[in-house]
Design a protein around this ligand. Structure first.
Ligand SMILES: Cc1ncc(COP(=O)(O)O)c(C=O)c1O
Length: 378
């Protein structure tokens, strides 16, 4: 049996919905984008949402709106997709890496405190693979040091922290709508914020800081001229993407429930298996199962990469766990103590997980993992 690693979930009517947008003639930055923003904000309990071209631009725009620029430092985990650091770099600022909590794999608040310097402007906790970071600790740290918080919630749509949905909690959070995420618009990103004025500025900044929206310009009855009071970017989302996003929001509760059911089947199957560590979820969090990651414990007779090779040969593709950015040539010379990050990057692998994964396919994955881990234990 050949099991896919990941697949987006579509219900089949999305093509018609997108075609209707094309037939309407309004294909970018129009009514569907506004509707998608409102539904997204309502879903997570945010004051407002701003749709952009992807999560990397969302992070850059949210940091820019906080005043981050050349010479500033932003503290981020190294254990993240490289976009987390690249978003900081695009502003001429410096990503400063701090270590993770080895239980949650999320940025550690005490390690973050140690990384603060007079140049630090912001902290960017990542809700890694959908598990909320310990936000209370980061809010306290930011208050104490006068720092901005921008959450990298790329994988965390639907997740909650102490009863509040991610996106409705902190000053701003950025989501990805890439096909590897729980819902997708092909490419796309969303910034949620609790500050309507900041949302308004970010909507302008995503469109070269034009002071008149396309919606306002098209509905004007007289002659109007737009102005550009500051410099901005082109981070626009199309209405075809937004229409697809609206379909995906309809499907989201079912997708989240199915991913949770499948993740729990993995948890049950692997509980107590020697050398394997299943994901840890702190009590006060509800995670989005964007990925299912297991750790091959140190001391196991077969390492993570060898296990990945054995599984691949049996029709079970896997991926390494979250990368360590400071191991890449793009970010050389990092001297910080990132011991937990180094260990996680070496030991973790991700198993197939998507809402349309069948029980039969998942049973094959479980069977193969158990076969190899039984061999490990022998
Ligand atoms: C943690 C994290 N941040 C940012 C991104 C960037 O998202 P996008 O591809 O939408 O720019 C990703 C995408 O994988 C991610 O996993």
């Amino acid at each position: 049996m050949q099991v896919p690693f990941a697949k987006p979930t579509f219900s089949g009517h999305e093509g018609e919905v997108v075609a209707a947008v094309i037939a309407s003639g309004w294909v970018s930055q129009g009514p569907k984008v506004a509707e998608f923003e409102q539904r997204f904000a309502d879903l997570v309990g945010a004051e407002a949402a701003v749709a952009v071209s992807n999560c990397t631009t969302a992070l850059a725009l949210a940091l820019y709106a906080e005043g981050v620029g050349p010479g500033d430092e932003v503290i981020v985990p190294s254990l993240s997709f490289i976009a987390t650091a690249n978003a900081v770099w695009t502003l001429g600022a410096t990503p400063v890496f701090a270590d993770i909590d080895p239980m949650t794999y999320n940025l550690d608040a005490e390690a973050t405190r140690r990384a603060i310097t007079p140049q630090t402007k912001a902290i960017m906790p990542v809700h890694q693979v959908g598990l909320p970071a310990d936000m209370d600790a980061f809010f306290a740290l930011a208050d104490e040091h006068g720092l901005a918080i921008v959450e990298d919630a790329a994988c965390a749509i639907g997740a909650s922290y102490k009863g509040a949905r991610i996106g409705g909690l902190g000053p701003s959070a950025c989501f990805s709508l890439h096909p590897r995420k729980v819902i997708t618009t092909g490419e796309g990103g969303m910034i949620t914020t609790q500050d309507a004025a900041k949302a308004d500025r970010m909507r302008k900044l995503r469109q070269h800081a034009m002071d008149l929206s396309d919606l306002a310009r098209h509905s004007a009855t007289g002659v109007v001229f737009e102005g550009y009071p500051e410099r901005g970017f082109n981070y626009r989302m199309t209405d075809m993407q937004a229409a697809l996003g609206l379909c995906q929001l309809d499907a989201l509760p079912g997708i989240l429930a199915e991913r949770t059911r499948l993740a729990e089947r993995y948890n049950d199957a692997f509980a107590g298996v020697p050398y394997l560590e299943t994901p840890y979820t702190p009590e006060h969090t509800e995670r989005t199962w964007q990925s299912y990651a297991i750790r091959v414990r140190p001391g196991a007779p077969v390492g993570r990469t060898e296990l990945m090779e054995l599984l691949l040969a049996e029709g079970v593709p896997t991926r390494r766990g979250v990368m360590a950015i400071h191991h890449e040539g793009a970010y050389p010379g990092v001297t910080a103590d990132l011991a937990h990050t180094d260990a996680a990057a070496a030991d973790v692998l991700m198993l197939p997980l998507f809402a349309d994964l069948t029980d039969e396919q998942q049973d094959h994955v479980i069977d193969r993992v158990l076969a190899h881990t039984a061999a490990l234990a022998a």
